[in-house]
Design a binder for this molecule. Structure first.
Ligand SMILES: Nc1ncnc2c1ncn2[C@@H]1O[C@H](COP(=O)(O)OP(=O)(O)OP(=O)(O)O)[C@@H](O)[C@H]1O
Length: 731
């Protein structure tokens, strides 16, 4: 809080007071107003005191009057007893306080010496008024004495007269002086009265001034309070303003940051803007060019619209033509298939597998021999592969239709006998062949089922020769087997046929024949429990199995899931019985039925076709020695017998079909000899297309089994089983 300015004694009254009273500083020190009032009171008191007047001239020291020198001298010189010396009448002693300060008159003279009697005889002494006459009778001494006394008295009287004169003069002087002093006093009184009235005025002024000061003080106090309140208010405001300022500063800081980031953005954007402007110009130019092009195109479009209308009419005509052509194409396609023969055989040799090498090295280590160049049982893969592999040659590098097996054996005489076996099939796939290559050859057959044919594809071969791999394949895209690929193909073809006026319905089932019992691989019941019967419809040529799950197929992925489900059910069953997949046949059946509903604006023919695709993974075909079981494992013996029987039955059916084809007539076909042949009756008859994929092991150890399989496949391949017939109906 700011302090008020100190009051200054600037009033003329103060100055006057200072002059009149004790010395006061002309400038008041910083004292309180109260103190100032006390000083003023002191001043007033001083004014009330009688004022000390200044002395008029130098002060004459008071001195007692001396007796006349003459008289004194006389007395002393005569040595007579002197009367008591007369003292000079004293003038009243004028002290400073009583006489005032006026100086004695300058004319005053020191008291003159007492005059001799002689000189003073002019007075009373001569007249003798006061003289003392010697008494008669007095002696001369007494006269003398009297004279002397008379003289003395005279001189004294003279001196007294002189003193009286002098005193009168002194008195006169003193009176004058008094008068002068009185005049002086009056003047001073007047002056005092003036001064007092002046003082009164000043006091009044002072009181007035004091009131004013008091008022001013109050006013000042109020103002101070107001100012303090104002200051507090201002302080508050200042704090608020400071707070606002702080907020503003932080806002400002933020704003600055924003501004700087905005500046950056602006600079970037201005660069971008420049670029965009340039681009815009370029685009405008381009746009203009395009506009002219558009105009040109608009003209062209109107021309083309006309052309389009004409073309659409032509397309309609062409569609009709295409449908007719499609009919012809299918006819021709099937003719080609028929010419190729209704039963065809592919041979596929699997590659040597790492698992084969493990078996091989185990065999070596158990026999105590080691492979060339290998020590401690470690096997050089390439070398071991060579040793393991049977001598299989593929001479037909162009058409891939031949396979040659060569073996050498020692005769009883010790001579080495070399044997070479040549086989020819519709296609031979070497170990390096991929699933896609195999399917390429099969896809045409798969397509036939969409044309209304019954198609049956077998995988035949000994255990571990690659049947399941060929039919089902692995989980990856590239290793997918024939079943998922065929299903995908059928879906694709069905989709394509839609654009040609055909609508298809697909359904599938997956069965297993184990020990001459049918199990539903897609069912929910327990294995080997439910009895399933095979029913043929001679009218439609279709086959049904009772109580099996027939699934509507909507997508290839769904089929993959079904295959996985079937595999898991088989695995569960395999925990109870070993190697179930090797000991059973699995049959995946895909039924497809289509109807020609026509296209938009082009009515369909109403033609219907029903085809089926059977993909069969047969049990291992190796000749099993049943004697090993020797009653110990009856189940295994039964398995083996059943496998042998069903595979023999298949051979018999194919052979019978061949004979029937050669001779014609009513040759009995023994379909009922096994569940497998009976199930596939409609797909193995003369009016269906059959493909047998012979899977071979590449190992030399399996040479004999491979030769047996090759001979069987050759027999099948040489069989002609009539002409495939399309299952069509006209509604
Ligand atoms: N072409 C091939 N390429 C790579 N591996 C193959 C090929 N063929 C078969 N295999 C592999 O050989 C092994 C045996 O094949 P697979 O199980 O298909 O034989 P299988 O004849 O079906 O046997 P089983 O009769 O016991 O069922 C499998 O591990 C399989 O992956």
């Amino acid at each position: 809080m700011s302090r008020l300015p100190r009051l200054r004694s600037s009033s003329p009254d103060r100055a006057h007071t200072a002059d009149a009273g004790p010395s006061l500083p002309t400038r008041m020190p910083q004292t309180s107003l109260k103190r100032k009032a006390i000083i003023e009171e002191d001043d007033e008191e001083a004014l009330d005191q009688p004022r000390k007047l200044p002395a008029f001239g130098p002060v004459r020291p008071s001195r007692p009057l001396q007796p006349s020198r003459t008289a004194t001298n006389l007395n002393s010189s005569r040595g007579a007893p002197m009367p008591k010396p007369l003292t000079k009448p004293r003038a009243p002693i004028l002290t400073r306080s009583t006489r005032g300060t006026s100086a004695p008159p300058t004319s005053s003279k020191p008291p003159s010496k007492p005059t001799t009697v002689t000189r003073t005889t002019t007075g009373r002494t001569a007249s003798g008024s006061g003289s003392v006459r010697p008494a008669a009778g007095m002696r001369p001494t007494d006269d003398k004495r009297f004279n002397e006394l008379q003289t003395q008295l005279t001189s004294i009287e003279t001196a007294r007269a002189a003193d009286a004169a002098r005193l009168a003069a002194d008195m006169e002087a003193e009176r004058n002086k008094v008068a002068e002093l009185q005049a002086n006093h009056r003047a001073l009184s007047n002056e005092l009265a003036n001064a007092k009235s002046q003082e009164l005025n000043q006091r009044r002024e002072l009181v007035h001034a004091s009131d004013e000061i008091e008022n001013l003080k109050k006013k000042h106090g109020r103002e101070v309070m107001d100012l303090e309140m104002d200051i507090k208010k201002r302080d508050r405001e200042l704090r608020e303003v400071n707070e606002d300022l702080r907020i503003c500063r932080s806002d400002l800081e933020r704003e600055r940051e924003t501004v700087s980031s905005l500046k950056n953005t602006i600079s970037h954007q201005s660069t971008a803007h420049l670029t965009l402007t340039t681009q815009n110009h370029a685009l405008e130019a381009q746009s203009m060019a395009l506009q002219s092009q558009i105009d040109a195109y608009a003209r062209t479009v109107s021309e083309m619209t006309l052309t389009l209308e004409t073309t659409q009419k032509q397309i309609e005509d062409l569609k009709k033509e295409a449908m007719e052509n499609e009919f012809v194409r299918r006819k021709l396609h099937n003719m080609v298939q028929e010419l190729k023969g209704n039963i065809r055989v592919f041979c596929r040799v699997r590659p040597v597998l790492p698992s084969d090498l493990v078996t091989y090295s185990n065999t070596l280590s158990s026999s105590g021999t080691s492979s060339n160049g290998s020590e401690g049982g470690s096997v050089d893969f390439e070398k071991a592969k060579e040793e393991l592999q049977a001598n299989m040659i593929y001479p037909d590098k162009l058409d891939h239709k031949e396979i040659v097996l060569a073996s050498s054996s020692s005769s009883a005489t010790g001579q080495e006998r070399k044997e070479v076996y040549n086989f020819g099939f519709d296609r031979v796939f070497e170990p390096e062949s991929t699933q896609a290559e195999v399917f390429e050859e099969i896809s045409q057959l798969a397509q036939s089922c969409t044309d209304g044919y019954n198609v049956c594809i077998f995988a035949y071969g000994q255990t571990g020769s690659g049947k399941s791999f060929t039919m089902e394949g692995g989980s990856s895209e590239s290793s997918q087997g024939m079943i998922p690929r065929a299903v995908e193909q059928v879906f694709r073809v069905a989709g394509e046929m839609k654009t040609r006026g055909w609508e298809y319905t697909l359904e599938g089932q997956f069965l297993e024949i184990y020990n001459e019992t049918i199990n539903d691989l897609l069912g929910k019941g327990e294995f080997d429990k439910k009895k399933h019967e095979i029913k043929h419809d001679p009218k439609t040529g279709s086959t049904r199995v009772t109580d099996v799950e027939v699934v509507q197929l909507t997508s290839p992925s769904q089929v993959r899931n079904l295959l996985a489900l079937a595999q898991s059910r088989r695995s569960v069953a395999a925990t109870m019985m070993n190697e179930r997949s090797s000991r059973s046949h699995s049959v995946f059946t895909l039924r497809i039925s289509g109807v020609n509903v026509g296209l938009d604006g082009c009515p369909g023919t109403g033609e219907r076709c029903e085809g089926s695709l059977n993909l069969v993974d047969l049990a291992g075909s190796e000749r099993l020695n049943v004697s090993f079981a020797n009653g110990a494992d009856k189940e295994r013996v039964r398995e083996t017998q059943n496998i042998n029987r069903s595979l023999s039955a298949l051979g018999d059916v194919i052979a019978a079909l061949g004979e029937k084809g050669d001779k014609g007539g009513d040759k009995h076909i023994p379909y009922r000899n096994s569940k497998l042949t009976y199930l596939l009756q409609n797909s193995l008859s003369g009016n269906s297309k059959t493909l047998m994929v012979l899977n071979l092991s590449p190992l030399a150890a399996h040479m004999q089994e491979s030769l047996t399989s090759l001979r069987f496949a050759t027999k099948v391949n040489n069989t002609t089983i009539g002409t495939a017939k399309k299952q069509t109906r006209t509604s």
